[in-house]
Design a protein around this ligand. Structure first.
Ligand code: SAH
Ligand code: SF4
Ligand code: F3S
Length: 446
């Protein structure tokens, strides 16, 4: 087959890490002369970058895979790749389940895609799931946006939350050096990117694994130090970071966010549960009182800061009154946004083996009740924007109304307003907010 005519498609499930990995793998494929197609059905190479955080995320992958496996029976030239967290979790087992697969590769191997594909093109069926030191990213990612970009700063997670597969599938923490992060950000600034989100599953762990610490025993490299170090990159106007862990979140970090103008006043700090006994069973290492103190401190420094979080309902053994404690925390904090999920038992995690699992009925009932509250609170939080003038970074057109453009406030609220995308893309404009909804705003340029 003519090499230059080869087309690829990537389907991405899961979190921002996976999206960032997909962009890097797309970059590698383009350097190998593959061309993007939006149609998996017409692609010569299809890559599924998978997620296994909950059972339904995993099942989705199998239904997609089944379809491509059938196609491969007719067209043996099709190259089928499963990357990401299901690949890491299942490894060889995936080949037994879907023998049509050419390559199964865990998240730590994303930067090695070219190497691995070479082995496939040499006629091998390849499984790459052994833990490795993640190669420094020398690829040019094919980024979806021209305005906002993700930059990984730490891979993996060393926590052992009793419900969570991430440490199993993403491996131990590996921080990138401040120099490598700065270099990537400078390049992004040069290319015209305006907003960068620094990524890590437990971003507060940044730097712990890098050499050197101060005489007082403080790590030499922390997220706070990194923010100061990268802050002045030319061209970049906004900096965000996620995900924060309440156990390690410091006042020093809050001060830095207040002091550094480019760092946006938005904090994503999952609390998971508002009940201390459940938090203990989850092995989260903090209490709801500590969580409240963190939010209070943020609001002392930055009264208008946006706060978002994740929460799990129906954890094994959760009683109605323990669930009420989660509702109470949700009510008291008034989150701008809260991602909720019903607990899903995951292979290889301690909580999955406990015999106090709740029924699907109880879990879905609690999920509905918390989501109802989340909507009410988000609407209240949105309402505070009404009549205000907000700085909005324009990202794209509004897909539902192409006379409008879409952007975000510093607090990360989606904002729509009439305007011309050619003119406004990548600009930060002042927008007067005229209409609010729970998770988005409408306004007009002033
Ligand atoms: N590192 C982040 C979360 C990563 S996973 C943190 O520590 O908070 C993203 C979210 O998925 C979690 O915050 C949690 O709310 C949810 N999640 C993880 N495992 C889950 C499980 N087994 N069942 C339901 N939700 C889960
Ligand atoms: Fe999972 Fe806990 Fe690590 Fe977050 S901190 S990725 S919830 S183990
Ligand atoms: Fe899913 Fe893996 Fe992210 S399990 S949430 S894609 S780290």
């Amino acid at each position: 087959m003519d090499k230059t005519s080869k087309k690829y498609n990537i389907v991405t499930f899961g979190c921002q890490m996976n999206k960032a990995d997909s962009e890097r793998m797309a970059g590698i494929l383009e350097e190998m002369d593959f061309q993007w197609t939006a149609e998996p059905e017409s692609a010569d190479l299809v890559l599924y970058n998978t997620c296994t955080i909950r059972d339904n995320a995993e099942q989705k992958v199998y239904s997609y895979l089944g379809r491509q496996a059938k196609r491969k029976q007719k067209d043996p030239n099709l190259t089928l790749v499963v990357a990401g967290c299901v690949a890491q979790q299942e490894g060889e087992k995936l080949l037994r389940r879907v023998p049509e697969l050419d390559l199964v590769m865990g998240p730590q191997h994303a930067n090695r895609l070219e190497d691995l594909l070479q082995q496939v093109f040499d006629g091998n069926q390849v499984v790459a799931t052994e833990p490795i030191h993640i190669m420094e990213d020398i690829t040019k990612p094919r980024r979806d946006s021209k305005v906002t970009a993700w930059v990984n700063i730490i891979y993996g997670c060393n926590e052992r939350c009793s419900y969570c597969v991430v440490p199993n599938v993403r491996g131990t923490e590996q921080s990138r050096t401040p120099e490598a992060i700065l270099a990537e950000m400078r390049e992004l600034g040069k290319q015209g990117y305006k907003e960068i989100t620094l990524l890590g599953q437990n971003i507060d762990a940044y730097g712990r694994d890098l050499p050197g610490s101060t005489p007082e025993g403080r790590h030499k490299h922390t997220l706070t130090d990194l923010l100061y170090y990268v802050h002045d990159v030319p061209g970049v106007e906004r900096i965000r970071f996620a995900t924060s862990h309440p156990r390690y979140f410091t006042e020093r970090l809050i001060k830095a966010c207040q002091e550094l103008p480019k760092v946006c006043e938005h904090f994503h700090i999952p609390f998971q549960s508002g009940d201390n006994d459940i938090l203990k069973a989850m092995k989260r290492g903090y209490t709801h009182e500590k969580y409240r103190r963190i939010i209070d401190t943020i609001r002392q420094y930055m009264p208008d800061a946006a706060i978002s979080a994740d929460a799990i309902v129906g954890f094994p053994g959760e009683t109605e009154s323990q669930f009420q404690n989660t509702l109470k925390l949700t009510e008291d904090i008034s989150f701008d946004m809260l991602n909720t999920a019903a607990y899903s038992p995951r292979p290889g995690t301690p909580a999955a083996l406990w015999d106090n699992q709740l029924s699907e009925e109880v879990k879905s009932d609690r999920l509905q009740r918390i989501n109802h509250l989340v909507g009410i609170k988000a609407e209240e939080r949105s309402r505070r924007y009404l009549g205000r003038i907000e700085s909005v970074l324009v990202e794209d057109i509004n897909q539902k109304d192409t006379t409008q453009v879409m952007g975000r406030t510093r607090g990360n609220r989606l904002t729509f307003f009439p305007g011309n995308i050619e003119e406004l893309k990548g600009k930060i404009v002042k927008v007067k907010i005229t209409e609010t909804r729970p998770f988005s705003l409408t306004g007009e340029i002033v």
